[in-house]
Design a protein. Structure first.
Lengths: 394, 291
């Protein structure tokens, strides 16, 4: 009997010490898994799973990363906030990531400040988001980063432009950025419209554009199915035949939706930080691994890359702290974090703003072999968020 | 001036296409509400079923567009007949609350089934090449698909009106709407009439849903998202009438399009403001009889 008791105590001790050695980092992933915009959430999840599968061996012995998934169902700030609260209070996560939509990220931001939980934004691209909490870092992009240089580029080619954007944060950013640089370059904006997201029938708006006869139409709509619906309207109404050139940030010709768009996007010029057709070796490996896991028809897009690089940053800070995450140490490590070999080219986190610094590419949709691709034509190196530069925001 | 006229044509055209689809879907709702006094909130489920079924028939079975459209309409009509016999007919005598709870429940089931079968993303109907691109009419080009939508709906509406005004069955339906007790007492089999009318209404909804899949994208939450528009059309038009919802649908279709075209800032509010104003003026709808 005494022997048995002793054994039990020993076993319990062994268990406790084993528990101390295994360090689990809990990551809350807030993402869109259902609703009409779920295709974007799917891109994030696939990139996260792929990164974890390929990089398991990078983690130090005994350190584990546990992902706790939560579904915000779309542009839904109240839900996102509730989920973040639950992740912080009940699940006690060390870090929050994910978030496709700006309104959701904005709702979560104050909580991360209050609870001191680092929050790495994988997608949401409104410029001001990173100013909302000192615990936010972003690995995706801002709409200003693409739309501002797009306006500069367009002003050299076109005299007049019409602007059509989705009526929410990123759309407003895209409109403001494009207007500013296009006008500065000598172009004239002949009209603009804000369309409520999600829109599935763009015909009335596009008809208005067609009747206004601009040289170019600058569009931002959320990437995914909205962009495909827009492209369909553009083709059905014959705006291309009417001599109107479609331009915009790369959200409107994302790589995974191109196969669903028919031939309409051929010739569309966009400014963006990522194309699956990029010639960089790191990108070729990334696309190949992606296709190996998810099938030959699957394409990663800019959202996948935002998530992929967020995971790379998370792994780096976890490894640097051996699995024991301190919020302030984590933020210090994220400031100035670099990845010279991202699929999209060299990237870093600006220490002053915690926002991404990356190359922007002028791309044109062309037929490559049997499919359409965003072929990169020009590179604009190391673009910081122009909104923060112009307005001196941190 | 010319630019203004051209924009008028644009608005009228797109508004007509949208209005026609709304009418095809909503007319069944108006008739079942007027005829049977049944509040069928799940009406949009039949429109969704029509849309998804057409897409499935085209993609999985390789049917061309027109046969797929007609087949999906027929299948939904037959299925709705079974549903009417098995479920709906039990609730004709029940209170409005029971009817609303039952039909809302039906929507939830349909949404879950559609999500399971087709996933959460909107599906686009694969169109034949002759419906893509534009048609030139009188020096202007119009998107071919919308021309087809307007033509098909116009044909459908003409058939429906002639059917209800000129045939014996139509006379029976009208008699039952006017005075059910009297219709029964002169020997009209109202139960059978209800089943057939219900099937017709659902079939039309399916046709509208399938035809309009390009304008109102097929997603699992379709019955919820579009319900308010169907109800508005019926409320504006008045229950139990054929012309009422037609005028209502055109009003909503053209008004909504005009707003999106000229004053997009108000686009999202117009429908609701117009509905409130109209119902304040005529509480029973444009063509409804005072209750």
């Amino acid at each position: 009997m005494r022997m048995l008791k002793r054994l039990a105590v020993l076993a319990a001790l062994a268990l406790i010490s084993a528990g101390a050695a295994a360090q689990t980092v809990k990551i809350g992933l807030i993402n869109t898994y259902s609703g009409p915009m779920a295709s974007n959430g799917d891109q994030i999840q696939k990139a996260v799973d792929l990164y974890m599968k390929l990089n398991e061996s990078r983690l130090p012995n005994g350190v584990k990363i546990e992902i706790i998934k939560r579904d915000d169902t779309g542009i839904n700030p109240e839900t996102a906030k509730r989920l973040a609260q639950e992740l912080i209070v009940r699940e006690k996560v060390n870090l929050i990531t994910g978030v496709v939509w700006t309104p959701n990220a904005a709702a979560i931001a104050p909580l991360t400040k209050e609870a001191k939980v680092p929050f790495i934004i994988m997608n949401a691209g409104t410029a001001m988001l990173t100013t909302l909490s000192p615990y936010i870092a972003r690995t995706s992009f801002t709409l200003w980063q693409s739309s501002y240089p797009m306006g500069e580029w367009a002003a050299k080619k076109f005299k007049t432009a019409y602007i059509a954007v989705a009526d929410y944060g990123p759309g407003h950013d895209a409109q403001e950025a494009f207007t500013k640089s296009f006008k500065a370059g000598g172009g004239t904006i002949v009209g603009s419209v804000r369309m409520p997201p999600p829109t599935s029938d763009f015909a009335p708006y596009l008809q208005r554009v067609k009747d206004a006869k601009p040289d170019a139409l600058f569009v931002f709509v959320p990437a995914g199915k909205s962009a495909t619906a827009l492209m369909k309207g553009f083709g059905d109404l014959g705006l291309g035949q009417a001599g109107i050139k479609l331009i915009g940030p790369g959200d409107i010709t994302t790589d995974e939706e191109l196969p669903n768009m028919g031939d309409v996007p051929v010739g569309v010029v966009t400014m963006f930080h990522y194309s699956a057709a990029g010639e960089r070796p790191a990108n070729k490996t990334f696309v190949a691994e992606y296709k190996k896991t998810y099938g030959d028809k699957a394409w990663p897009n800019f959202i996948s890359v935002g998530a992929w690089d967020a995971m790379a940053a998370i792994y780096d800070v976890v490894i640097a702290q051996k699995g024991k995450l301190d919020p302030d140490k984590t933020m210090a490590l994220l400031k100035g974090w670099k990845n010279p070999n991202s699929p999209r080219g060299p990237i870093s986190i600006d220490p002053a703003t915690r926002d991404i610094v990356q190359n922007e590419y002028v791309r044109e949709v062309r037929k490559v072999g049997d499919h359409l691709a965003n072929v990169e034509l020009e590179t604009i190196k190391s673009v910081k968020d122009p909104w923060k530069e112009i307005n001196d925001k941190k | 001036m010319e630019a203004f006229l051209s924009s008028l044509v644009s608005v009228a055209f797109h508004g007509l296409a949208y209005g026609m689809i709304l009418y095809a879907i909503s007319v069944g709702l108006s008739v079942t509400m007027g005829l049977m006094g049944f509040v069928n909130l799940a009406h949009g489920v039949f429109a969704m079923a029509g849309g998804y079924l057409m897409i499935t028939l085209m993609l999985a079975f390789g049917l061309p567009w027109l046969p797929a459209l007609l087949a999906s309409c027929l299948i939904v009509a037959v299925f709705s007949m079974l549903l009417e016999k098995a479920l709906y007919s039990r609730l004709y005598a029940a209170g409005e609350l029971e009817q609303v709870l039952f039909t809302i429940g039906l929507i939830f089931i349909a949404v879950a089934v559609a999500r399971l079968a087709y996933g959460p993303n909107p599906l686009a109907a694969p169109l034949p090449s002759y419906l893509k691109g534009q048609l030139s009419l009188g020096g202007r080009s119009f998107p071919a698909y919308r021309v087809a939508v307007i033509a098909t709906s116009a044909l459908l509406i003409a058939t429906l009106w002639i059917g209800l005004e000129r045939t014996r069955w139509g006379a029976m339906v009208r008699a039952a709407v006017d005075n059910r007790a009297m219709a029964q007492s002169v020997g009209i089999d109202t139960a059978r009439l209800f089943t057939l009318t219900f099937a017709l209404g659902s079939g039309l909804a399916a046709l509208g849903g399938a035809l309009g899949a390009d304008l109102m994208a097929m997603t699992p939450t379709y019955p919820f998202e579009q319900l308010v528009y169907f109800l508005i059309v019926v409320a504006i038009g008045g229950l139990g009438s054929l012309r009422g919802p037609f005028v209502g649908a055109l009003l909503i279709g053209i008004g909504d399009t005009a707003c999106k075209y000229w004053v997009p800032e108000l686009g999202a509010f117009f429908v609701y403001v117009a509905t409130i104003a109209l119902l304040l003026w005529k509480p029973a709808g444009l063509f409804g009889r005072h209750v």
